[in-house]
Design a binder for this molecule. Structure first.
Ligand code: UDP
Ligand code: MG
Length: 319
């Protein structure tokens, strides 16, 4: 049995030696062979040099370098295309997903037969009130529109090789790993973990990135916003009918007031609804355009591998 550990890195040169030391220390305690799949998401600092050095000093390392920054989703996709283990553990490269949970994740998979083991964030106390509110609002919206509850979900997961194979069969260009891994199904369980503190560097997510991820998460999962437009349009028509009747009644009873303000307000309201609706339809067409171009999810410019393919504890023990 072999365990693959997949770690994405973007501008993490100072973090890499620390992360690899902690992760391999945990893995060496286990009686499983393992490999490390390390993805450099087009970093601009010494990340690639650090990963190349790791492939020299550790066994079982496969390092991949992207031609530019494609984002964490693409890094996850690349990693999942390259893993060869019986299960794959996916975690952040900054130790915010504590490796000390790895033995428990592997136990749930190997002993209890779960095919997906998902980390659920215990609390979000370290985050600001605004980011907690934004995350919760997004998850509520996503549950309503997309139909999957991802509250406190994280990318800290163990996937059986069957699940990885199923993931590889998905052909869409724009992925939303958290949502799609829920969509895949399989026998799943969760465990709660405390998000670790970042020791080196800072978070790579900007507000713009998060908004982009949220909107592509919703548009890739659900066409319900388009149905809501139809409902809004219907409500406007019903409102207009009621006003026509009211106006006629007023006219007949000779009480008609000058309705200029109402006309302007209605113009604004309906104009606004139409523009929002067009924008929404536009964003779905944009998604179709992105998908239809059929470009690869990522481009690899360099690969580095260790001399010894797997760090095989079980072989060491039996020799
Ligand atoms: N990451 C990446 N590509 C990016 C941004 C981030 O591969 O474009 C990696 C990053 O190096 C880290 C992980 O994704 O290992 C999580 O990123 P980060 O810590 O910045 O996010 P946060 O913990 O704030 O959600
Ligand atoms: Mg982080």
């Amino acid at each position: 049995m072999k365990v693959s550990v997949l770690l994405p890195f973007y501008n993490e040169e100072a973090q890499i030696p620390i992360t690899l030391k902690v992760v391999t220390d945990v893995l060496n305690e286990l009686s499983f062979a393992y490999e490390l799949v390390l993805v450099d998401d087009g970093s601009k600092d010494g990340t690639w040099a650090a990963l190349e050095a790791a492939s020299q000093s550790y066994d079982g390392v496969k390092a991949i370098h992207f031609s530019r920054n494609f984002g964490k989703e693409a890094a996850i996709c690349a990693g999942l295309d390259y893993v060869s283990g019986d299960c794959t553990i996916l975690m952040d490269g900054d130790l915010q997903h504590p490796p000390s949970y790895i033995p428990e994740m592997i136990r749930l998979w190997a002993a209890e037969g779960y095919e997906v083991v998902e980390g659920v964030k215990a609390e979000r106390q370290t985050e600001s009130v605004f980011s907690r509110w934004a995350a919760n609002t997004f998850y509520k919206l996503f549950r309503w529109l997309g139909g999957f509850d991802l509250q406190n979900a994280s990318d800290f997961k163990l996937l059986d090789k069957k699940v990885v194979a199923a993931w590889r069969s998905l052909t869409e260009r724009t992925t939303f790993f958290r949502g799609l891994s829920a969509w895949l199904g399989f026998k799943r369980t969760t465990f709660e973990f405390e998000v670790g503190e970042r020791t080196v560097g800072r978070s790579k997510w900007s507000l713009r990135n998060l908004i982009h991820l949220s909107s592509s998460a919703v548009t890739s999962f659900s066409a319900r916003p388009l149905q809501i437009i139809t409902i809004l349009g219907g409500l406007c028509v019903v409102g207009a009918l009621i006003m026509i009747i009211q106006t006629l009644v007023m006219y007949i009873s000779k009480q008609a007031a000058s309705g200029f303000t109402t006309v302007i307000l209605l113009q604004l309201l309906i104009g606004g609804c139409i523009m929002i609706s067009l924008g929404l339809i536009g964003s779905y067409i944009g998604r179709i355009y992105d998908e239809i171009k059929d470009r690869p999810r990522y481009l690899i410019s360099k690969i580095a591998k260790s001399e010894i393919e797997f760090a095989n504890k079980s072989i060491e023990h039996s020799q």
